[in-house]
Write a protein that binds this ligand. Structure first.
Ligand code: COA
Ligand code: AMP
Length: 695
């Protein structure tokens, strides 16, 4: 600490906000630039077609960089080619693989050469629909190597969702695999999903490159449809000595597009800039995660389809030259609740990053933490310096329990770190930095330099460059500890987005309009306490958070509305003790005047679930449904008041049926809210009765 009151994390934040140019210019020096940026930050005003103006900024605009070079080539050239880059572990297929930086380079440059021969060039978009296998990382890096832009779609999304994303970013090629492995289920063949998606999409990628897995093959590969066997392409490229050199892009060119859920059915294409992303991640992996290079191992138990996977399975560990663990399994069921701890022991993991949901699932299967203690007692968890949690709010009990467990069996001074972030931010916006400095030198957190104190229930304090405030609906800052909308001041720091893919207006309307350009709306509610800790409590919009996955209520509603018996519907989140929230539907049937029972027939429920699973994906499966009429409240302008239904459900799940809910004065008909209230009460009573009958 600098003095009695200022912790180094506070000081680093202060410097990053007081002199963003100086701060990030210094961070940029740690990377290799094909052309060093002469300017760190530019700020201007953007004018939209309708004349609206808003602040705009750019990081390292005239620099030229290759992220792939910084992630792979740089380490090999520096003599670290034999260090491990990737440890792949797939318990269900009983496969493991260690890939060194040199092997990674060989595979990436050959695939990039092959992709170039298939027509991929700088600036093109290439999509990936891949399971958690090393070739997915090789594919991502090869696309990057060519200066092309990748867009990964989570393997749990259905063909419709994939088709929607294909049309949104018009990829020239699609990289996929013959199957995915989900939990301990038999392999899911990808061919029907991918072919249906391409058929549904208006835009047709000219190539589909298929990684054949032994557990389930895609045969025959249909060349007439542009399908190409991945391994054969690479073998051919290697045999002919074909390899591609890194193609640098401008600091402000996109490195990838990642789609995330908004409130409507159409996903938002978050764009990540090459220069800022590399610089910001390079800092955060050292500063927050205490991962510096060879010898450090990070295991991020997420999926490459989510932002956490992009940043901390792939890019940040490789930028640091550390080893990343790629796990094709679940926290439970593959084979049991010891999975994450087994992995920590086997790969000597120093940082484990997962979601609270995963820990809840482990607790459900292993309530006494027997596995943790068993592996801990033989010293298997001594490498573990930190457990990072993000994706949803961590209940204080989880944090405290794991802090105690780590103190018993983890490394000396191990920490549980709740960190808050979003697809838009690209890296944590808050946390407790483990290494309270930002220079070159390797310096692990010690008793003399502890991170800021643990406060279970808070996601820590802002990370460098994030100016976080809690404001009221007019955009005025609220007092410390007062609940408000959590917003960010612009410019956002370098890892964060600056726009949406080809949707400038939507970027403004979705994030800046609400506070007239003064603040960027994160969509979250919470408060900042007197010490500057940020407490993120919930979303303040209609986005759902299921198992730390962000889902759009509008997208699920679109699928339900396809059912011929459904006249209208509204989807909100219902609290769930395992997954945080589950989607829940209020459905008005077109046929009956007013169905007597709130519960749908088994057939109707199954048909609706099927529509959701096929159109959005199995991760959006409903947790329940209420049928009725005249129970979906709207404003006079016709906007569905999802928040009212969500509150009624939340109260109902606590047995509080009469509790007041916040109904805005703009509601068209208050009577509708009372109908919904009655239906919610009937639902929980009927559900309780069924539950008792089953016991
Ligand atoms: N491909 C295909 N299907 C997938 C999938 C994928 N990549 N991911 C999930 N699914 C399917 C599941 O098989 C399941 O299908 P089912 O209804 O037919 O059984 C459905 O989607 C729901 O999956 P999920 O929400 O994962 O629930 P689950 O009961 O299978 O597992 C947990 C529960 C808690 C173990 C699991 O959700 C989990 O590991 N959560 C952690 C999430 C996480 O790490 N998020 C990180 C974001 S930062
Ligand atoms: P995603 O864009 O899918 O990463 O989801 C981002 C959202 O997840 C945030 O806007 C929050 O609502 C929620 N979230 C992520 N991390 C946390 C956290 N540590 N605490 C509370 N909510 C979180």
């Amino acid at each position: 600490m600098n003095d009695k009151t200022t912790h180094v994390q506070d000081e680093v934040l202060r410097q990053s906000l007081a002199d963003p140019e100086g701060f990030w210019a210094h961070q940029a020096e740690h990377l290799h630039w094909h052309r060093k940026p002469s300017t760190t930050l530019t700020q201007s005003t953007k004018t939209l077609k309708d004349g609206t103006t808003h602040p705009e900024w750019a990081w390292f605009p005239d620099g030229e960089i290759s992220t792939c070079y910084n992630c792979v080539d740089r380490h090999v050239l520096a003599g670290r080619g034999d260090e491990p880059a990737i440890y792949w572990d797939s318990p269900v297929t009983k496969s493991k693989q260690k890939i060194t930086y040199r092997q990674l380079l060989e595979d990436v440059e050959a695939l990039a050469g092959a992709l170039r021969e298939e027509g991929v060039k700088k600036g093109d978009v290439v999509m990936l629909y891949m399971p958690m296998i090393p070739s997915a990382l090789v594919g991502i890096l090869a696309i990057n190597r060519l200066g092309a832009v990748h867009s990964v779609v989570f393997g749990g999304f259905a063909p419709n969702a994939l088709a929607q994303r294909i049309d949104a970013c018009q990829p020239v090629a699609l990289l996929t695999a013959s199957c995915g492995i989900e939990g301990n289920k038999p392999p899911t063949p990808y061919r029907p999903l991918v072919e249906e998606a391409i058929q549904l999409a208006t835009h047709k990628p000219s190539r589909t490159i298929i990684w054949q897995r032994d557990v389930s093959r895609w045969a025959p590969v249909d060349r007439s449809q542009g399908q190409r066997p991945w391994q054969k392409l690479v073998r051919g490229a290697k045999a002919r000595g074909v390899k591609a050199e890194c193609v640098p892009v401008k600091g402000t060119d996109p490195v990838y597009i990642i789609h995330t859920s908004g409130t409507t059915g159409s996903p938002k294409g978050v764009v990540r800039d090459a220069g800022g992303y590399a610089v910001g991640l390079h800092l955060s992996i050292a500063y927050l995660f205490n991962i510096h290079g060879p010898g450090d191992v990070i295991f991020t138990a997420s999926d490459i389809g989510w932002v956490v996977g992009h940043s901390y399975i792939i890019y940040a560990p490789l930028l640091a030259g550390a080893a990343t663990v790629l796990y094709e399994g679940k926290p439970v069921g593959t084979p049991d609740a010891s999975a994450l701890w087994r992995m920590v022991e086997e790969y000597k993991v120093s940082a484990l990053f997962t979601a609270p949901t995963a820990l809840r699932a482990i607790k459900r299967d292993d309530p006494d933490n027997k596995h943790f203690h068993r592996i801990g007692e033989r010293g298997g968890l001594k490498s573990l310096k930190a457990l990072f949690l993000a994706g949803e709010r961590s209940e204080p009990t989880i944090i405290s329990m794991y802090q105690e467990l780590l103190e018993k069996h983890g490394a000396r001074d191990a920490h549980v770190i709740d960190n808050w972030w979003s697809t838009e931010s690209g890296s944590p916006m808050t946390g407790r930095a483990l290494v309270p400095h930002t220079g070159h030198h390797r310096q692990h957190a010690t008793r003399d330099h502890p991170p800021i104190a643990l406060k279970p229930g808070s996601a820590g304090k802002p990370m460098p460059g994030f100016d976080i405030r809690a404001v009221d609906d007019e955009g005025n800052e609220v007092g410390r500890r007062s609940m408000g909308n959590i917003v960010l001041a612009t410019p956002l720091p370098p890892t964060a987005f600056r726009t949406l893919w080809r949707e400038e207006e939507r970027f403004y309307n979705g994030y800046l309009k609400r506070f007239r350009g003064k603040w960027l709306d994160t969509g979250d509610s919470g408060y900042v306490d007197e010490e500057g800790y940020v407490h993120v409590m919930s979303r303040n919009d209609d986005v759902l958070n299921v198992s730390a996955h962000r889902l759009s209520s509008g997208g699920i509603e679109q699928a339900i509305a396809c059912h011929p018996s459904v006249a209208e519907c509204c989807v909100v989140g219902i609290p769930d003790s395992l997954k945080g929230q589950l989607p829940f539907a209020f459905v008005t049937l077109s046929s009956e005047p007013h169905p007597a029972s709130v519960m749908p027939t088994k057939e109707l429920f199954a048909e609706i679930q099927d529509l959701i699973r096929k159109q959005v994906g199995p991760i959006a499966t409903l947790g329940g449904l209420i049928q009725g009429k005249g129970m979906i409240p709207r404003t006079r302008s016709g906007k569905t008041l999802r928040r009212v239904l969500r509150e009624l459900l939340e109260n109902g799940s606590q047995g509080e049926f009469k509790k007041e809910v916040g109904v805005p004065s703009t509601v068209e008909d208050r009577g509708v809210v009372e109908v919904a209230r009655t239906r919610v009460e009937e639902y929980f009573k009927e559900k309780g009765a069924t539950h008792k009958a089953k016991l």
